[in-house]
Design a protein around this ligand. Structure first.
Ligand SMILES: Nc1nc2c(ncn2[C@@H]2O[C@H](COP(=O)(O)OP(=O)(O)OP(=O)(O)O)[C@@H](O)[C@H]2O)c(=O)[nH]1
Ligand SMILES: [Mg+2]
Length: 674
């Protein structure tokens, strides 16, 4: 922003759980500061930040809104992130690149999954934080309870109220500043805790404070700022974004105590150092869009130097040059062209040739390397296919483009089940993706439950012999293989089956043994029960017969296939299914519903603990029962539960389900043969 020196710029992100009031707060800041003439509202569909049709319909954020406004003699550049877990990739990209987090917590419902994710990401890089407890005007709100939960979860000596509410619910009238001379008596404890945190930020301050028990306004301001930047103080503010109460106090604190972009705020850096005071322009693409509404646009957070319009930049990540035309300053969907921009600002550049999400753009040499954003593992899986035949390429290209914008989308072609599996962070995201594929890429997609990659193994030892013999005209085919299959436990990280040769006396000549081994390797990929891979067995060829003229590698492979299948049938074959480990986080009151539901999913609870006032439950559930879980968990917990999962192992399928799985595999076989 022109006319605002870098040290007066504040760059921050609004983060927290869905519905906490982030967008309402953002719209209020824009209006109060005079950046917009009319106050936008999520509820009326007029929000500057939630400007997309799908956001207006659903009345919550899906994408990060990029905004800016003046505040007194400073200027704020801030990002309003979606709190819904489905869209956490978008939020994490913004959090990754901002200097400070304003964690917005609803006074009524307290800490939710979105709060936990945001806090953890900020904590991981020791990002400065402030907490805004919003909605103090809501009916039946329990402000004290929420405050207690927040300080218990995130540290009583770190999270200290800087304002205190005057009244609550219908009587909520605003806030008192804890540090003000006329602060009410109940602020006394908070004041001394704050003063301790401020004094502890600096040795000289500490000495003076211990001697005189007083600090000047300037000393308080500098100590406060130091403590916030060090992460030893996370001040808490109360208010109501709807009623415009307590928000000016928060904004003043952001300006007075928040870090300037020239400050050495810890970033997610993998290698080297970031010199924020360097004259060389350096910026990071934290959002990249390519759709029918915006067109192709990269959003950049400037970390140092000055970006200029009509200039040339280096994409340091891809080692290529980019020509910049217009620099754009963004306010929701509106864009203004600007000549230049500096540290702390967000800018957008349209139509860059070869630049995308998480790329670094710069003028000079870049020695710093940023670390990757650690997105959570996606939990919602679907098999996707194009409805119209022959549109698979279009679908593939569309999916690839969506993935470029949001890496929480994982695309996986499963060679075993022959399906393209797309996984995302939730069913709402999946629906949005289907809509975007249709709108932006003109391809209609069908969603199916993914087939499961089962495994087969044996429970006993089985032997069989098979003779392959064909006499057609002159040259015939001949091979006989005697095979034994035994249960086998693979070494960790080793092959999941073993092969041994016990043939004596040259009954099968040595040069044909590799063909037998190959035959085992190929045949075991399509097991007899469900056409799945056979694992955890040892195949031993112990005898056989050959013919001088008619034997060949091919004949031995065919004989091995026959022997393998027959031996499998004698070795007590058994079907295995993938078992996942789930970590489920949810408010305690849903414990009964959640454990009952896990039972019905053949799940096993391994243990539970408490974290940040939430219940954390570890369980094992077969993959077959997990596909519908995200939707069910959402509806059971009103969106306040989330889970992570990892593959654990393969376990035997219960007998009563085996027949059904076999029947489905046989049906699929027929379809493929058609
Ligand atoms: N009573 C009351 N309602 C509020 C307050 N702040 C926001 N709301 C309402 O809460 C709802 C959600 O507010 P949003 O601002 O969209 O919440 P958000 O944090 O942006 O939610 P996501 O975008 O889904 O993460 C809206 O209906 C707001 O009008 C408040 O301080 N008091
Ligand atoms: Mg929002």
């Amino acid at each position: 922003m022109k006319n605002c020196p870098a040290d007066k710029i504040r760059n921050f992100v609004l983060a927290g759980h869905a519905g906490a009031g982030k967008t309402t707060l953002a719209d209020l800041l824009l209006f109060k500061s005079g950046a917009v003439g009319r106050k936008g509202s999520v509820d009326n569909g007029t929000s500057v930040s939630d400007f997309r049709a799908e956001e207006q319909e659903r009345k919550n954020s899906i994408y990060t809104g990029i905004l800016h406004c003046p505040w007194k003699d400073g200027h704020f550049f801030f990002a309003d992130t979606p709190g819904n877990t489905d869209f956490c990739g978008e939020a994490m990209n913004a959090i990754n690149m901002c200097d400070m987090m304003i964690l917005v917590i609803d006074a009524m419902s307290g800490i939710g999954p979105g709060t936990i994710r945001a806090w953890n990401q900020a904590r991981d890089r020791n990002m400065p934080r402030m907490i805004f407890i919003n909605g103090c005007d809501r009916d039946q709100v329990n402000i004290e309870g929420t405050l207690e939960n927040v300080t218990n979860s995130y540290g009583k000596t770190v999270c200290i109220p800087c304002t205190i509410p005057d009244g609550s619910a219908a009587t909520f009238k605003g806030v008192h500043s804890v540090l003000a001379d006329d602060a009410p008596a109940e602020a006394e404890d908070y004041k001394s805790a704050l003063m301790d945190a401020i004094a502890e930020s600096d040795e000289a301050l500490m000495e003076k404070y211990l001697e005189t028990m007083e600090l000047s306004a300037d000393e308080i301001a500098s100590g406060f700022k130091k403590a916030v930047i060090a992460g030893t103080l996370v001040p808490i503010f109360f208010g109501s974004a709807n009623k415009d109460l307590g928000v000016a106090e928060l904004a003043d604190a952001i300006l007075t105590f928040g870090p300037s972009p020239l400050e050495d705020i810890p970033m997610n850096i993998a290698e080297g150092e970031l010199d924020r005071k360097s004259p060389n322009a350096l910026g990071y693409v934290f959002k990249s869009v390519n759709d029918s509404f915006i067109g192709q646009m990269n959003y950049i957070r400037i970390l140092s130097g000055t970006f200029k319009s009509d200039s040339e930049l280096t994409n340091a990540t891809k080692n290529s040059k980019e020509r910049v035309g217009n620099l754009l300053q963004v306010q929701g969907k509106d864009q203004a062209t600007i000549e230049e921009a500096g540290p702390g600002e967000f800018i957008a550049i349209a139509k860059l040739k070869n630049t995308g999400l998480n790329d670094v753009l710069a003028t000079g040499d870049v020695s710093v390397k940023f670390g990757p954003v650690k997105y959570p593992q996606s939990t919602t899986f679907y098999a996707v296919s194009a409805v119209a035949k022959g549109e698979e390429d279009k679908l593939g290209a569309g999916l690839k483009r969506l993935q470029d914008e949001d890496p929480t989308i994982v695309i996986d072609r499963n060679p075993e089940t022959k399906q393209t599996i797309v996984s995302v962070m939730g069913d709402q995201y999946m629906n949005l993706m289907v809509a975007r594929l249709k709108k932006d890429f003109k391809v209609e997609v069908a969603l199916d439950t993914p087939r499961i990659a089962y495994r087969e193994t044996i429970n006993g030892t089985g032997t069989a012999q098979f003779r392959h013999k064909k006499q057609s005209g002159g040259h015939g085919q001949f091979a006989e293989v005697h095979l034994r299959l035994e249960p086998y436990t693979p070494e960790e990280g080793g092959e999941d089956f073993a092969f041994a040769n016990e043939v004596v006396g040259g009954n099968i000549p040595k040069n044909y043994i590799p063909a037998v081994e190959k035959g085992v390797g190929e045949t075991r990929l399509v097991g007899p029960l469900s056409r799945s891979k056979v694992i955890n067995f040892k195949a031993v060829v112990y005898d056989g017969k050959y013919h001088d003229v008619d034997s060949s590698e091919m004949a031995f492979k065919i004989a091995t296939r026959g022997a393998f299948r027959a031996a499998m049938a004698n070795a007590k074959p058994m079907l295995l299914e993938p078992i996942m480990t789930l970590k489920i986080v949810f408010p305690e009151e849903y414990m009964g519903a959640i454990s009952g539901d896990l039972n019905s999913r053949r799940g096993r609870i391994l243990g539970m603990e408490h974290q940040e006032g939430m219940q954390v439950l570890n369980a094992e559930v077969p993959l077959a029962e997990v596909y519908s879980y995200p939707t069910q968990l959402r509806s059971m917990t009103q969106g306040r539960g989330f889970f992570e999962m990892t593959f654990n192992r393969y376990d035997p399928v219960p007998a009563q389900l085996t027949a059904q799985i076999q029947a489905e595999a046989a049906k699929l076989d027929e379809e493929e043969e058609d």
